[in-house]
Design a protein around this ligand. Structure first.
Ligand SMILES: NC(=O)c1ccc[n+]([C@@H]2O[C@H](COP(=O)([O-])OP(=O)(O)OC[C@H]3O[C@@H](n4cnc5c(N)ncnc54)[C@H](OP(=O)(O)O)[C@@H]3O)[C@@H](O)[C@H]2O)c1
Length: 266
C-alpha cells in the first residue's frame, strides 16, 4: 500500500540520506522529494531530481514530514523553518538533542515521549541508539547503577566520502575478530533470557559489524558475568549505523509521531 505522507529527505545525497530513500521506498512511501545543498541541485537520484534545501522550499507548507541528515549547522538553519511550515521534522544531527521541548527518541525505549514534540524530534547519536535498546530491558528487569562503554565508531559515521575511501580496502581486514576463546561457565542466563525477549534485539554468538550490516536489529552476544564488579555483566553489541543508528530509527519515530498527529486530528 502506498503511504501518502508528503516526505522530504534533506541530505538525500549523503550516507544516511541514501539509506533513508531506500527504506522509504521499501515501506511504500510514494510522495518523496530529495533535497541537498546547492552543489547537488538538479542531480538525478534514482529517478528523483535533487532540489536545493533552502528555507523557502522547506518552509512552503507543502510537506508533512522532513527527515534531516545534513549536519548540525545546516540543521540549525533549516529545521525550525520546516517545522514552522507545518512539517514534522526528525533531525539526526546534534543540533536539537539537548533542547527542551524536543524529545530525543528511540521508539523501543521511550516511544511514548514522541507526543511531547512541537514539530521537532531529535534522533540520538548512532552509538546511543543500539546501546539504549540493549540496556533498557536490563534496567527494567534488574536496575542499572553504572555502565562502562567502549565504542568502535563506524567509518560511515564520517559520511559518504569516508565510505568511498573504505570501499577500496579489504572487508576481511576491517571486520571485528575475536582472538580469544569464549567458553566455560561464565554465561549470564538471566540477562540472556531478558535480551532474548527484547524488542529490536537479536541474540547471536558473536556480533560483528559485517554480520550487522543491512539488518534492522541490534546484534547482542557474548553475554557473560563480569566478575570484576558486584552483579556485573559484560556483553558485545553491533548495529548497522546507517539503518537503526540513523535512517531507520528516524523513520520509526516519524511513523509513531504521524500516527499520533492523525489520531489527535481525529
Ligand atoms: N553516517 C552515520 O552513520 C550517521 C549516523 C547518525 C547520524 N548521522 C548524522 O547525519 C548527518 C549527515 O551524515 P551523513 O553521514 O549522511 O553525511 P554525508 O554523507 O556527508 O552527507 C551530508 C548530506 O548533507 C547535505 N548537506 C551538507 N550541507 C548542506 C547544507 N548546507 N544544506 C543542505 N544540505 C547540505 C549534503 O549535500 P551535498 O551532497 O549537496 O553536499 C549531503 O546530502 C550528520 O549530522 C551526522 O552526524 C550520521
Amino acid at each position: 500500500m502506498t503511504n501518502r505522507a508528503r516526505v522530504a529527505v534533506v541530505g538525500a545525497t549523503g550516507a544516511v540520506g541514501s539509506v533513508t530513500l531506500a527504506l522509504l521506498r521499501e515501506r511504500g512511501y510514494g510522495d518523496v522529494r530529495a533535497f541537498a545543498s546547492a552543489r547537488s541541485a538538479g542531480a538525478n537520484l534514482d529517478g528523483l531530481t535533487v532540489e536545493e534545501a533552502t528555507p523557502d522550499a522547506l518552509g512552503a507548507g507543502d510537506l508533512d514530514l522532513c527527515l534531516f541528515s545534513v549536519g548540525t549547522s545546516a540543521s540549525r538553519e533549516l529545521v525550525p523553518v520546516a517545522a514552522a511550515g507545518g512539517a514534522l521534522c526528525i533531525d539526526k544531527s546534534s543540533a536539537f538533542r539537548l533542547e527542551s521541548g524536543v524529545p530525543l527518541v528511540v521508539p523501543e525505549v521511550n516511544g511514548d515521549r514522541v507526543h511531547e514534540n512541537a514539530g521537532i524530534v531529535a534522533n540520538p547519536n548512532c552509538c546511543s541508539i543500539p546501546l539504549s535498546i540493549a540496556l533498557a530491558p536490563l534496567r527494567d528487569t534488574a536496575g542499572l547503577r553504572r555502565v562502562r562503554v567502549a565504542t568502535y565508531q563506524s567509518v560511515s559515521g564520517a559520511g559518504a566520502s569516508a565510505m568511498d575511501r573504505l570501499r577500496g580496502e579489504s572487508v576481511e581486514e576491517h571486520d571485528l575478530r575475536m582472538d580469544w576463546d569464549f567458553d566455560g561457565v561464565e554465561f549470564d542466563e538471566e540477562a540472556t533470557d531478558v535480551l532474548g525477549e527484547a524488542e529490536g534485539v537479536r541474540l547471536v554468538g558473536f556480533p560483528s559489524p559485517l554480520e550487522a550490516a543491512g539488518l534492522d536489529d541490534v546484534l547482542v552476544g557474548r553475554i557473560r558475568t563480569d566478575e570484576t564488579v558486584e552483579n556485573g555483566l559484560a556483553l558485545f553489541l553491533a548495529c548497522d549505523n546507517l539503518r537503526k543508528g540513523a535512517a531507520l530509527n528516524a523513520i520509526q519515530i516519524a511513523e509513531l509521531a504521524l500516527r499520533e498527529r492523525s489520531v489527535a486530528q481525529g
